[in-house]
Design a protein. Structure first.
Length: 441
């Protein structure tokens, strides 16, 4: 156990300590973290604040916001979670990770100030990020919300602009399996008198109802702002009102981004709502250049190798469209080879069902996590997915193969691939992390 303010501890020591000081990994509610944050004066900033919630698309929306605002010349801090390889990925200042010592010093500050209040790992690290941002003299702070919204640790900060990206079923044990209820929970980041961006296509009515209830100014996709994809570009426009569809602001001929277009459109709406002067060139360059590890991240070209953190049905459907597009672009017949590891609390069958129409062979393996789904559960999920889509095992070019580890599954997939084939590793942040670690040695 650490001494309460022992700054000599390494970042690795601190992270081990944070995992031990609270009896559970997740405890919803703002009482404990709110008290500590108030005592340490961590909830107010001289900077503008954006919070981003949603089932999927939070990370990519934050990446678009970050890149646009950096290109506009602002000093920007961003939180993201979980990390893939290095804890320091969770806090970026002006596009860069901070030093291990900076994190250790921030942890020591929180430890000294929390008194007898216990904090979960995520609560402690959220407070630490807020401290680091206060010390950095930023113009804009972007906070990626965790699994919820209303009761998420990041919601101790009142944002100038709150964003909800997408709504789907995930974390059902905590949020339930009703989209209307989930949407209201995630809308809990909205604030009275402030702008609230809804990037959800066909959103549950509870989002608009909650915004109206508290007096937030809702700006919704396909009502207040619109985006139109073309073959090699896309357009974005903001309407003056729901009744008046003539645009008051428009960007045409934007570059097709590498991250989801829907989230690029949402990010532009959030930037416009922020009230800062952001030149059009920054919008254009930010959309074109935003990147995020683990989101259709290309590793190699012969065969093509990609990693994606898709881990629920909605993100799997998006991944399927990306893989279908790669297949269509190929000059010759190619097969898609999937390497899959998932967590046991995910909807494995529905997630894999989204990909049975595009994946030609499967390599399955358990993750190195207490929450990992064993191979038998993934095998059953794939069988159920095939049944849902009307397929049989004979429809695959190669029978699904199970392996002891993700590393062995990745090796086997590469050994079976022709030079033009596509290998995709997906199913969890853990999947991406284990493949990345295997490749880097």
């Amino acid at each position: 156990m650490l001494n309460s303010i022992n700054k000599s501890q390494s970042l690795a020591d601190w992270l081990c300590y944070l995992e031990s000081i609270h009896p559970v990994n997740i405890e919803m509610g703002l009482g404990r973290i709110g008290r500590v944050a108030a005592d340490l004066a961590l909830t107010t900033f001289d900077a503008k604040v954006i919070t981003v919630a949603g089932t999927n698309g939070k990370g990519s929306t934050c990446a678009f916001l970050e890149r646009i605002l950096l290109d506009a010349g602002f000093n920007v801090g961003v939180t993201s979670s979980p990390h893939i390889q290095d804890y320091r990925e969770r806090v970026r200042v002006n596009g860069n990770m901070l030093t291990a010592q900076a994190h250790a010093d921030s942890f020591a500050f929180i430890e000294a100030g929390r008194g007898d209040t216990t904090l979960t790992y995520f609560e402690f690290t959220t407070l630490s990020a807020l401290k680091l941002f206060q010390d950095a003299a930023l113009d804009v702070v972007i906070l990626e919300v965790g699994l919820g919204g209303r009761l998420d640790a990041s919601n101790i900060v009142s944002a100038d602009v709150a964003v909800v990206t997408t709504i789907d079923i995930d974390h059902a044990d905590w949020l339930g399996s009703d989209k209307a209820i989930i949407a209201r929970e995630k809308s809990g980041i909205f604030r009275a008198g402030k702008k609230a961006i809804c990037g959800v296509i066909n959103p549950p009515l509870t989002i608009a109802a909650y915004a109206d209830e508290i007096g937030a100014y809702l700006i919704a996709v396909n009502r207040d702002y619109h985006y139109t994809p073309h073959a090699n570009s896309w357009d974005w426009q903001l309407s003056a009102s729901e009744q008046q569809h003539d645009p008051v602001l428009a960007f045409t001929g934007l570059a097709i981004p590498q991250l989801p277009l829907q989230n690029a459109a949402t990010a532009i709406a959030a930037v416009q709502a922020l009230g800062l002067t952001v030149p059009e060139r920054a919008i254009r360059s930010g959309v074109a250049n935003a990147r995020l590890p683990g989101r259709m991240q290309q590793l190699g070209s012969s065969p093509q190798q990609y990693l994606d953190v898709a881990h629920n049905p909605e993100s799997a459907r998006y991944l399927a469209t990306q893989l279908s597009g790669l297949k269509q672009q190929a000059n010759s017949a190619v097969k898609v080879i999937a390497v899959v590891g998932m967590l046991k609390d995910k909807d494995i069958a529905a997630s894999l069902a989204a990909l049975t129409g595009v994946v030609d062979s499967w390599h399955l393996a358990p993750l190195q996590s207490e929450r990992a789904a064993p191979c038998q559960q993934i095998e059953q999920g794939l069988a159920d997915a095939m049944a849902q889509s009307g397929k049989t095992r004979d429809s695959f070019r190669q029978q699904p193969m199970s392996h002891d580890t993700i590393a062995k599954a990745w090796q086997s997939a590469n050994q079976s691939a022709d030079c033009n084939d596509i290998i995709i590793g997906f199913g969890s942040f853990f999947t991406v992390a284990e493949i990345t670690q295997h490749i880097s040695g």
